[in-house]
Unconditional design. Structure first.
Length: 108
């Protein structure tokens, strides 16, 4: 239970109260709206961080895939570049898995 200010008369009121005891202004609606706004803001922050992680992982997957394709299709196969491309691709896939798990874990 926390004390909040009544928006009408600026009196300290419990956040569980239905109305202000001094001016009878409804309080339950005000506290519900504030709580909902905080939850939405927290989800949006997680969403931006999650999106950045996914974009980095997709970039790694594509870069590794292109590195492998261009080195296999050439006249001379560069084994080191192919292995590096495979490692970057696998790293990108692992990054996606970790980002998904991390997002899921924070929402629990």
């Amino acid at each position: 239970m926390a004390l909040i200010k009544c928006p009408e008369c600026d009196t300290d009121v419990s956040d569980k109260a239905l109305a202000c005891p001094r001016c009878a202004h409804p309080i339950a609606e005000v506290s519900t709206k504030k709580t909902h706004a905080v939850e939405v803001q927290a989800i949006e922050k997680r969403g931006k961080k999650y999106l950045l992680q996914i974009l980095i992982a997709v970039f790694l997957i594509l870069a590794g895939f292109l590195l492998v394709i261009f080195n296999i299709s050439g006249q001379q196969s560069n084994v080191i570049a192919i292995v590096l491309g495979l490692l970057v691709t696998v790293g990108g896939v692992i990054w996606v898995i970790i980002a998904e798990f991390s997002s899921w874990w924070r929402q629990r």
